[in-house]
Design a protein around this ligand. Structure first.
Ligand SMILES: Cc1ncc(COP(=O)(O)O)c(C=O)c1O
Length: 349
């Protein structure tokens, strides 16, 4: 099944039982390029520094609970997730994935919380800082290949030749369930936003979401189209060196692209997630690419507003500024009707 059909209640229930959980802030800034901008700040999510914490930890928990059900014939209760008995049960499971940094941290954290093990493959492009943080989470780190795609291949081989469970955030034909769980975990963001906008009685006109393999963008777009009472335009922002979702959309089929290495390391994915691509095709979204320089400028602007992030984290703002400057845009939208939302997806490393 390549259909994305999440149940947003499940991750929310698990999170409500977690002492670390709190909603990430929704900030309103009036000073960004004279624009009134909503910012969903994911840079401190669950103490892990990015929204990815929502996906990997939830997917680990759910896959282990599935295994528990298969072995014991009983559904794991919320209280049992943190029991010694469950940790003991989980200790024979090793999760394996490739990562540009944040997904690996989420998987390693999930494995540590629930008593399992994690092996994370990082390409040589991934900053040393991630390796250190992964080791602190008790993960085994393997440096695999020059690019993200090479590290993905290495993780698949590793899982195939061992009894490990592959927990990728990308998906492809024949491999969709674990990455769909990762995306189901991200639904929490759009759900929180729905509550936050309902409370302040204001809604965004445009939502800019940066994409790597597309899991975040697709999860957000699905939730917005299904549950938000006011419908914004959705713009998926990619690096000009990795426009795999825009290219797939234009070709009408999931397409791998080629390109230079981007400074937006976490967005530098040349192959789209199949589940994400299919979900985006149904959500009526637009696509925009940005340059490395535009992402660096956006990072600086956020820093001037006391929000520390990286070019990957600031890419949504870069997309917004790029779109806002175009003549076509200026003619269509009076400034007052333009209330953009961006997501700052990670903290500064
Ligand atoms: C900070 C950050 N922003 C955005 C993304 C893009 O998410 P996705 O790969 O689900 O499109 C990632 C992915 O790792 C990320 O780490």
């Amino acid at each position: 099944m390549t259909e994305f059909n999440p149940n947003y209640i499940n991750p929310q229930l698990l999170l409500n039982a977690c002492p670390m959980y709190e909603k990430s802030p929704l900030i309103q800034l009036k000073s960004i390029a004279q624009l009134d901008v909503f910012i969903k700040d994911e840079s401190h999510r669950m103490g892990l520094g990015s929204f990815k914490a929502l996906g990997g930890i939830y997917a680990v928990a759910t896959l282990l609970a599935d295994k528990w059900l298969a072995v014991t014939g009983k559904k794991l209760t919320l209280e049992q997730y943190t029991s010694i008995e469950f940790k003991h049960f989980s200790s024979s499971t090793t999760f394996i994935c490739a990562s540009a940094g944040n997904h690996g941290l989420a998987v390693a954290s999930g494995a540590k919380i629930f008593g399992a093990k994690a092996i994370i493959h990082l390409s040589e492009e991934v900053p040393e800082e991630f390796e250190k943080r992964l080791i602190e989470k008790c993960a085994v780190v393997v440096r695999s290949g020059k690019t993200y795609e090479e590290s993905v291949d290495a993780a698949i081989k590793d899982a195939n030749s061992s009894h490990g469970v592959l927990l990728a955030d990308g998906s492809w034909k024949g491999y969709t369930y674990p990455p769909s769980l990762v995306m189901e975990g991200y639904t929490v963001i759009a759900n929180e936003l729905r509550e936050q906008f309902t409370q302040i009685k204001k809604w965004p006109s445009h939502v800019f979401i940066q994409a790597g393999v597309g899991g975040l963008a697709a999860s957000m777009a699905y939730m917005i189209r299904k549950y938000w009472q006011q419908q914004p335009e959705i713009i998926v922002v990619e690096s000009e060196f990795a426009p795999c979702l825009r290219t797939s959309h234009r070709n009408g089929i999931a397409t791998t692209v080629e390109g230079n290495v981007s400074i937006m390391g976490r967005l530098d994915c040349k192959a789209p997630s199949l589940v994400a691509f299919n979900a985006l095709e149904k959500a009526h979204v637009d696509y925009l690419t940005i340059s490395d320089k535009e992402s660096i400028d956006a990072t600086r602007i956020l820093q001037e507003n006391n929000i520390s992030t990286t070019p990957s984290g600031a890419a949504g703002l870069a997309g917004l500024l790029k779109m806002y400057k175009t003549e076509k845009f200026q003619t269509f939208f009076a400034k007052n009707n333009f209330k953009p939302l961006i997501i700052v997806t990670e903290n500064k490393l």
